[in-house]
Write a protein that binds this ligand. Structure first.
Ligand code: OGA
Ligand code: NI
Length: 258
C-alpha cells in the first residue's frame, strides 16, 4: 500500500509518461473513468491499472518510479493470485465442481487496478467509483484503512468498514454466469470523504481473453435451463466498457430467456 501511495504522491512530471486516455495502452494512469470526455459527472479518482500476467513480460511496462514499485508489486501480485486461487478452490468445492475447476484458462489472467481518491471538497456532488459489479471472476481488494466502499443489499447501500490488513473478496460477473446465478456478483461503489486521501488496490482474477464462458452443465438444475449463452471473455469486456459497467445492462446481451 505504501508503494501505491508513493506512486500517487510523485510529482506530475514523474507520472506523465504513464498518463493516457488510450484504452489500448495496457499500463496507464487516468482520471475518473475510461469515458472522461463523454460522462455526465466526473468521478473523484485517479486510477492506475496494468496486467500482471505473464509477469516476466508485463513487468517491463509497469511504472519505473518509485524505484521499488516493480519488485514489490511483482511479489504482491504472485501472493494475491495464490490467495485468489485458494478461494476459487474452496468455491469450486462448495459448488460440487471438484478440484481445479477454476484453474487454467478461467483464472489465467490478472489485472491490478489501483485507485486513489484525493480528499473531495463536497462528497455529496460525486462518487469515487460509481455502482458496478466487477467484470472478472474474482476480486481481491485491499481497501486500506479509510472507509469508502459500499455494497448494495436489500435496496440500500451498506458501508463496508475497513479491517486492518484484511481483504474484501468480490464475486465477479463471470462467477455468476458460470454458476448459472447460484453465486451472485456483488454490486458496489465507493464514496469519497473531505478529510483524507484514500488508496485502494483491486487485484482482478480474469479468464483469458479467448476463454469461452458459459454456465457449467453440472450447475444447471434439472428444472432449470442455462441463463446465459456461451461467449468469449473479451466479448464481455468490450460490452462492459461500452456500458460503463451498468449493472442492469451488462449481462443482457448474454442472457437466455427460457
Ligand atoms: C474497483 C472497486 C472500490 C474501492 O476498483 O472495482 O470497486 O473501494 N473499488 O476502491
Ligand atoms: Ni469494483
Amino acid at each position: 500500500m505504501n508503494v501505491f501511495k508513493e506512486f500517487f504522491e510523485l510529482p506530475a512530471e514523474d507520472k506523465v509518461s504513464v498518463y493516457s486516455n488510450n484504452l489500448k495502452r495496457p499500463c496507464r494512469l487516468y482520471t475518473s473513468s475510461s469515458n472522461y470526455d463523454h460522462e455526465n459527472v466526473h468521478l473523484w479518482r485517479d486510477n492506475l491499472r496494468h496486467p500482471c500476467h505473464p509477469l516476466e513480460d508485463c513487468i517491463k511496462i509497469w511504472p519505473q518510479k518509485p524505484t521499488r514499485y516493480r519488485e514489490i508489486v511483482a511479489t504482491y501480485s504472485i501472493e494475491a493470485k495464490k490467495l485468489g486461487l485458494r478461494i476459487l478452490e474452496l468455491l469450486s468445492e462448495g459448488l460440487g465442481l471438484g478440484s481445479g475447476f477454476f484453474g487454467d484458462k478461467l483464472s489465467e489472467s490478472s489485472l491490478l487496478s489501483v485507485n486513489h481518491y484525493p480528499p473531495c471538497p463536497d462528497p455529496s456532488l460525486t462518487l469515487g467509483v460509481s455502482r458496478h459489479c466487477d467484470p472478472n471472476l474474482l476480486t481481491i481488494l485491499h481497501q486500506g484503512d479509510e472507509y469508502g466502499l459500499q455494497g448494495f443489499k436489500d435496496g440500500e447501500w451498506i458501508g463496508v468498514e475497513p479491517l486492518h490488513n484484511a481483504f474484501v473478496v468480490n464475486i465477479g460477473h463471470q462467477l455468476q454466469i458460470i454458476s448459472n446465478n447460484k453465486l451472485k456478483s456483488a454490486e458496489h461503489r465507493a464514496v469519497t470523504n473531505s478529510r483524507v486521501a484514500r488508496t485502494t488496490a483491486a487485484f482482478f482474477i480474469n479468464p483469458s481473453d479467448d476463454c469461452v464462458i458459459e454456465p457449467d452443465k453440472s450447475l444447471i438444475d434439472t428444472n432449470e435451463s442455462p441463463a446465459y449463452r456461451p461467449f468469449q471473455f473479451k466479448e464481455f469486456l468490450l460490452n462492459y466498457s461500452s456500458l460503463m459497467g451498468n449493472p442492469e445492462k451488462c449481462l443482457e446481451p448474454f442472457e437466455l430467456h427460457a
